[in-house]
Design a protein around this ligand. Structure first.
Ligand code: DCP
Ligand code: MG
Length: 358
């Protein structure tokens, strides 16, 4: 494979940065976005000013308030975050069609072609950061390397307002002094297992033989070893977003009644099935998304044996998922419905005809 050039781009303290952008009086202040402490809410994002107090994402808001009593707490405005995310993704796609969004504020971009045509990765990175700042007012951190894993580590390392480039051939040197937790796929559990073996840096890990990785981690071990050496062949998956169709709605007030929530769910299912019909698609998997009053957000999925877009089947399956999540102490702010694992209808209808030939 010829050498690739991959960008990992990730907005800094995204939700909090948007609040500071839209409310200039909050700039340079500790800002927390999340659910209220009284409702057992958690921190979704802490501005970098708030992180100085030891506050981080997923921390209970009550604890965050104790660490920094003068922090300003804002409820999330997901529609606004989505709107800015769309602008940022649009800017990415002007640079290259090969964009893989990973979440609202993060994407991989393959810029190999631009580099092959003579552009310098450093200049591409500077231009992209400037463009996002002038068009949206947001700060983005960028990592550039020869594969996804390297560029992700590079963008994390430079935060906030980072631009870190790892040139080809320098991957192993770049990684060597870094702590093992920087490697994608090494969570706190794996980290503590490695610590027990006296392994703290990626360089120490990379020095071990393949059979050690196999013994320690099974098949996954060879993947970890390759990443520790700075190797990763994973490609950019550009179709990620169009592989699903979804709709969601935020209730005017929190709801805890199954019948009432169902009515909204049916409307969402209608919206999605209309889209499926229009695009001549069937789905195999459905997802419901729920946001509780404390802003905790989660999804539940169910997969059919065969692809469908029957309204009755989708409703039956979605309501089953919903019922399991209705619990006495829960009320809901938002519900979403989505379908994925999509198939074109023609592909399926061709099957019986082909079989009839035999
Ligand atoms: N998010 C969340 N709950 C989490 C982590 C993140 O709701 N446990 C949301 C809020 C973040 C957004 O997703 O603003 C992006 O997540 P990141 O992990 O990229 O974190 P940030 O952008 O907030 O900070 P940074 O990327 O600068 O570390
Ligand atoms: Mg981010």
């Amino acid at each position: 494979m010829t050498e690739r050039h991959i960008i990992h781009a990730d907005l800094d303290a995204f939700y909090a940065a948007v609040e500071q952008l839209d409310n200039p009086e909050l700039r340079c202040l500790p800002v927390l976005v999340g659910g209220p402490a009284e409702k057992r809410g958690v921190v979704a994002t802490a501005s970098y000013e708030a992180r100085n107090f030891g506050i981080h994402s997923a921390m209970p808001m009550a604890i965050a308030k104790r660490l920094c009593p003068h922090a300003i707490i804002k409820p999330p405005r997901f529609d606004r975050y989505r709107e800015l995310s769309t602008c940022v993704m649009q800017i990415f796609s002007e640079l290259t069609p090969m964009v893989e969004p990973m979440s609202l504020d993060e994407a991989y971009l393959d810029i190999t072609e631009s580099v092959n045509q003579g552009q310098k990765p450093l200049q591409i990175g500077i231009d992209l950061k400037n463009k996002i700042m002038t068009s949206t007012g947001l700060v983005i951190s960028i990592g550039i390397g020869t594969n996804k894993s390297i560029s992700k580590i590079a963008s994390d390392l430079g935060k906030p307002d980072g631009l870190v480039i790892v040139s080809a051939g320098n991957e192993a040197n770049f990684l060597s002094p870094l702590p093992v937790r920087r490697l994608p796929g090494i969570g706190p559990k794996t980290m503590s297992r490695l610590k027990d073996d006296g392994i703290f840096t990626i360089g120490q890990l990379a020095a071990l033989e393949p059979h050690w990785f196999l013994r320690k981690f099974g098949k996954r071990g060879l993947d970890i070893r390759a990443k520790a050496h700075g190797q990763d062949n994973e490609v950019i998956h550009t179709t990620r977003l169009s592989k699903s169709i979804s709709a969601e709605t935020t209730f005017p007030e929190d709801l805890d009644n199954l019948e009432i929530i169902q009515l909204d769910l049916f409307k969402l299912i209608d919206k999605v099935t209309n889209q499926l019909t229009r695009r001549n698609l069937l789905c195999k998997t459905i997802t419901i998304k729920m946001r509780l009053s404390d802003f905790t957000t989660f999804t539940r999925q169910s997969t059919f044996d065969r692809a469908t877009r029957s309204r009755e089947e989708l409703i039956h399956s979605a309501v089953n998922l919903l019922k399991k999540e209705m619990q006495p102490d829960r009320s809901f702010r938002l519900i979403g419905f989505g379908v994925s694992n999509l198939k074109a209808e023609e592909q399926l209808s061709q099957l019986p005809q082909q079989m009839a030939l035999f």
